[in-house]
Write a protein that binds this ligand. Sequence first.
Ligand code: GLA
Length: 328
Amino acid sequence: MNGVFSEHFTIGGAVNSSTVLGSRELIVKHFGSLTAENEMKPMVIHPRMGSWIPYGADEIANLAREHGMGMRGHTLVWHQQTPGWFFSSMGAQASPEVLLERLEDHFTRMQDRYGDVVYAWDVVNEAISDAPGEFLRPSPYLEILGEDYIEEAFRLAKRIMPDAKLYYNDYSVLDPAKQDKIYTLLSGLLEKGVPIDGIGFQGHWNIYFPDSRTLERGIQRFAALGLDVQITELDVSVYRHEDRATRLKEPTPEILELQADRYREIFQTLVNNSQYVSNVTFWGVADDKTWLDNFPVSGRKNWPLLFAEDHSPKPAYYAVVEAAGGNP
Ligand code: GLA
């Protein structure tokens, strides 16, 4: 699949220790870029002060190296999956100096170990609040470093990872209110000369959303700021966002067709705007392993990707390839 889109953008996938084993063939065949689903997050790689557990991340980086793929580094500064010790010192809240030192140490280790293979970093993930009237999401980073923490994170990343492209990554970027806040944040940072190369639209979408006009407007709005756009965590749930029903035991032919139509529309829009889009990454490989089996309803099976549980291509796969104008 990566080759089919080579004129437009690279195709990536989020993988983990289990899919690297169980879905290796699909990964190597279809992807030109890998993202570690959890293995590069501070909670996994740096769970306790003084401990450093890079084995899962190493495995993924080595797979990328062996097959000439690049990696999206995910993610440096995020309010979730960051261990408590980052934010505390001697039984109290860490000072700004201590937290910045820890970030510098973490960024440096990541660069030393993976700088040869990581071409893009999600420097800050999900900093904008969903709550009406609230701009930045409350987090220990905001509490300790103040509003400038985002700027400081990008400046630090530029100093330590000078050759990587640096992204702000978030979900619901196509929601009008959230998009306005993200736009305000990023345009303000750019005005101040903060080194930010692009925006990641996570792309946790569903068979009813988004339509091509909404997606195109979103892409073009950020591209007009001079930012590169990447779709960083694409999956297309078979449920509407607010739907908590658990009625489906397997996807019906109608649902698979709706999903193929949504994927086709998304990819046609991405291809039509490919001068602004450099990578599209799926959040997973095949429907046998997806985080949506446990979110937002724990234990509810979902089928959001292009390959079925047995790894055979779904109608959505053919629709995506068709959108590139290529042969499967
Ligand atoms: C967010 C994060 C990802 C991942 C997903 C859920 O989108 O950016 O790293 O944790 O949630 O799997």
